[in-house]
Ligand binder design. Structure first.
Ligand code: FAD
Length: 256
C-alpha cells in the first residue's frame, strides 16, 4: 500500500513536496526504500529517494519477562505516558523529544548524557534480532542498517517526575518556530550553537530560513522557507566555522 504525504505539513521543519510513500505492514527486506519516522529530523530535498513508513501494526507497547517491547512506529509521547503510568524509569528524557521510537533509536536521540541507547536491550531489523552489544552506536548516530521494526528495553522501576520536569526546562531556550531540532552535532571542542554565534550567524536569515536568534544551532522556518535556503545556510555556517575555527561541523539533520 502507498499513501501520499505532503512533507511541508508532515515534517517538523515544514519543508518538502508531496510524494507517494510505501506503508509497511510486515517485517521484510525493503531494499531501495529509505525509511522515515515522524519527520522531526528530516530535511526533504527537491529530489528525495523512494521512501517508506511503518504502518500501525508497529505501534504497540508490551511487557514480557522484565522487558519492555515496543513497536518502532510507537511515538515517544505514547511511550512516555505508558512509562509514567506503569512507574517505569529511564524514559523521562522522552518529554518533548519528538519522533517515533524507530527514529529515536536510529539517531540514538537524547539530551546530554541521557541517550536512548542507555537502557536498550535489542532491536529487530530485517536481519533478525540484534543485541545492543552487537550494534555500533555513538553520539546521535548508529550504524543500524535498514529498518528497525521492534525495540526491546530493560525495565527498571521508578519513573522520576522531577527528572521529567528537568528535561522540559532544559528546552527553555529552544525556539517555537518549525525546525528539525539541532542542525549540527556538537563538536568535541565547543557546542555547535556557540560556534555559529561566534561566526556571526545567530539570527542570520536567507529568505524564510534562519539560524534562530534564541538558539543558533536551530535552523528555523520563519514561514515559506525552502530546501535551497536551508542548504545555503548550512553551507555558509560550515564554511565559516571551518575558516575561523578549523572545525568541521557535521550535520545532525538528515537530508533526504
Ligand atoms: C523541537 C525539536 C527538538 C528536538 N530535540 C532533540 C533532542 O533533544 N535530542 C535529539 O536527539 N533529537 C532531538 N530532535 C530531533 C528528533 O526528535 C530526533 O532525531 C528523533 O529521533 C527523530 O525521530 P523521527 O521519528 O521523527 O525520525 P525521522 O526524522 O523521520 O528520521 C530520522 C532518521 O531516522 C531514520 N529512521 C526513522 N525511522 C526508522 C526506523 N524504523 N528504522 C530505521 N531508521 C529509521 C530515518 O531514515 C532518518 O535517518 C528534536 C527535534 C525537534 C523538532
Amino acid at each position: 500500500m502507498f499513501k501520499t504525504i505532503d512533507f511541508k505539513k508532515y515534517t517538523s521543519i515544514n519543508i518538502g513536496g508531496k510524494y507517494k510513500v510505501k506503508v509497511i505492514d510486515q517485517i521484510d527486506d525493503y531494499n531501495g526504500y529509505k525509511i522515515i519516522g515522524k519527520g522531526n529530523n528530516l530535511l526533504i530535498s527537491n529530489t528525495p529517494p523512494k521512501m517508506a513508513i511503518l504502518g500501525e501494526e508497529f505501534d504497540y507497547i508490551l511487557q514480557k519477562s522484565g522487558k519492555l517491547i515496543v513497536g518502532a512506529a510507537t511515538t515517544s509521547g505514547k511511550l512516555l505516558t505508558y512509562c509514567k503510568k506503569n512507574n517505569i524509569a529511564n524514559f523521562e528524557l522522552l518529554a518533548k523529544l519528538p519522533g517515533n521510537m524507530g527514529g529515536l533509536v536510529k539517531m540514538n536521540a537524547g539530551l546530554k548524557k541521557w541517550e536512548i541507547f542507555n537502557h536498550l536491550y535489542s532491536i529487530t531489523t530485517q536481519d533478525g534480532i540484534l543485541l545492543k552489544q552487537d550494534i555500533e552506536y555513538t553520539y546521535r548516530d548508529t550504524k543500524i542498517d535498514g529498518i528497525i521494526f521492534e525495540i526491546i528495553f530493560n525495565i527498571e522501576l521508578g519513573f522520576d517526575i522531577n527528572l521529567q520536569k528537568e528535561f522540559i526546562s532544559m528546552r527553555d531556550n529552544q525556539p517555537n518556530l518549525p525546525s528539525a531540532g539541532s542542525c549540527f552535532k556538537n563538536p568535541k571542542e565547543h557546542s555547535a550553537g556557540y560556534l555559529i554565534e561566534k561566526v556571526g550567524l545567530k539570527g542570520y536569515s536567507i529568505g524564510g530560513m534562519a539560524f534562530s536568534s534564541l538558539h543558533a544551532n536551530f535552523l528555523v522556518n520563519m514561514g515559506g522557507g525552502t530546501f535551497d535556503e536551508a542548504t545555503k545556510l548550512i553551507k555558509l555556517a560550515t564554511q565559516r566555522v571551518k575558516d575561523e575555527f578549523n572545525i568541521l561541523l557535521e550535520l545532525e539533520i538528515q537530508i533526504l
